[in-house]
Design a binder for this molecule. Sequence first.
Ligand code: PHE
Length: 345
Amino acid sequence: MLCYGVEMLDEQIERIRNEFESDTQRARSPQDLHNKYLGRKSGLVTLLLKQLQQVPAAEKPNAGKRINELKLEVEAGLDRLESEAAAQALAVRLESERVDVTLPGNRRPAGHAHPLTLVRSEIEEIFSFMGYSVEDGPEIESAFYNFEALNIPEHHPARDSQDTFYISDSLLLRTHTSPVQIRTMQKQRPPLRIICPGKVYRRDNPDATHSPAFQQIEGLAVDEGLTFRDFKGTLEFFLKSFFSQKTRVRFRPSYFAFTEPSAEVDISCIFCSGAGCRVCKASGWVEMLGAGMVDPAVFRYVDYDPEKLAGFAFGLGIERFAMLKYSVNNIQHFYDSDLRFLEQF
Ligand code: PHE
């Protein structure tokens, strides 16, 4: 395709321009078009520039100018194509990586305190409000602390091996938290106000209300001039704070070897308000604590002077409190570690 005059050249320029126009509209890749028009060996515009040599000298400047214009147009067109292609690629990428910020997030499951821990903490709080401190004692206990120092002599029925897990003749798993009364009085001088939460063990078969391992809270107050009224007032305040101010409290005579007089403490049934239901076995009352005034015989074991001092003590089962507070009808739920149960608290 030789060219001998400006006219022919103009035709060629026009043809290439049109071709380029339609090429750009057919959305070919900018790189392909660059090769086709500006490629170093056979690009259409490149070839045209090469033909410039054959153009007569007089027409060269003019012809050169026109080819150059075409070249600039093609370059500008390619630039535009390139930026359009880049913009389109970006749009595609943004669309495919789109994040829906309105979707709900993934909540990490968070644990929380076990219901028995919640009840224990609440009871601890009520008693620390009244000035009680929290004591601790061993779960493996000696027969001396678990029984003897609590005025439970050798052949007392509570010592029966049916109730107690023995480790040896003199070592056992404590059957109640009362041995901590003795341990605390041995290391502290009165006045004394303590509670002791902890695990206790009894040879009971597991059922809806029994477990061979459960938790108690022991309480003990010792001072000069403490009376049965202090004892009643303290437990009434505690039970009303824990359950409700409307709860009525009743003290029934009972027997424990280490308290005299002893009492079992009932509350008006929180389910039927005393009218009578299945939980309170139609009596209107539910037994919550064993308690009493510290027996002088116990003071003698720890070298406290029973002539000067008086005290009261109580023991409660944490599971029992939790069952009533949360309407749980089977103690085993607390030990099953079933999240469907635990997540309710
Ligand atoms: N330790 C007794 C029990 O486990 C409860 C109790 C504690 C009674 C303190 C009186 C005083 O049954």
